[in-house]
Design a protein around this ligand. Structure first.
Ligand SMILES: C[S@@+](CC[C@H](N)C(=O)[O-])C[C@H]1O[C@@H](n2cnc3c(N)ncnc32)[C@H](O)[C@@H]1O
Length: 181
């Protein structure tokens, strides 16, 4: 999480947080300034238990549709993480727009994905894991969707053995000098 730019002081969202695998370490780094969002209440209960097990706290665990993100939060945040989920989002551009609307100026958006390897090659604990081969996205696929939504790619971080993270930053609106005349 630290290698993805998560740092103390930032307010973070773990979008589609699942069982809290990332929420708990995020909560420890940002000292509780994290929201978990998931549509499945059972997953949120697991997140609650995982955060507690890690001796951490969160701002809130929100049971809702990720596509409504800006309306779910009391204010804007500095960082949104979506892990192991973006490949399956039906309207990825709309999702990226919702994230942009929830972020502070120059906020960051990190997408953790499985590398586009054949599923039979991503073996964990003796079994092929992760999304179907044809659903997997390359860093270039992700970039081509997210950058047009007012983001710029800052870096791609390798998360061996099978994942990477694309870290984007909101592009601040260009000020038109003629507007100041
Ligand atoms: C593959 S899991 C990833 C969980 C976690 N991010 C991780 O990497 O361990 C995908 C999660 O997305 C949640 N999800 C699916 N559609 C959603 C939606 N429209 N809004 C919010 N959460 C959603 C599911 O309930 C599930 O917990």
């Amino acid at each position: 999480m630290r290698s993805l730019g998560v740092a103390p002081g930032l307010a973070v969202v773990d979008l589609c947080c699942g069982d809290g695998y990332f929420t708990a370490p995020l909560a420890r780094i940002v000292e509780g300034k994290v929201y978990g969002v998931d549509i499945d209440p059972v997953m949120l209960e697991r997140t609650r238990a995982e955060v507690e097990r890690a001796g951490a706290t969160v701002l809130d665990l929100i049971c809702a549709d990720a596509r409504d993100l800006p309306e779910l939060l009391p204010g804007k945040v500095d960082y949104v993480l979506i892990a192991n989920t973006f490949h399956g989002v039906p309207d990825k551009t709309a999702m990226a727009r919702a994230v942009a609307a929830a972020l502070n100026p120059s906020g960051q958006f990190a997408i953790v994905n499985w590398h586009p390897l054949p599923r039979e090659r991503t073996v964990v604990l003796g079994k092929p894991r992760g999304p179907k081969t044809e659903m997997r996205m390359s860093p270039d696929d992700v970039r081509s969707i997210v950058e047009p939504v007012d983001f710029t790619l800052e870096r791609v971080v390798e998360l061996p053995p099978f994942h990477y993270a694309s870290v984007f930053r909101v592009v601040e609106a260009q000020r038109d000098p003629s507007f100041l005349d």
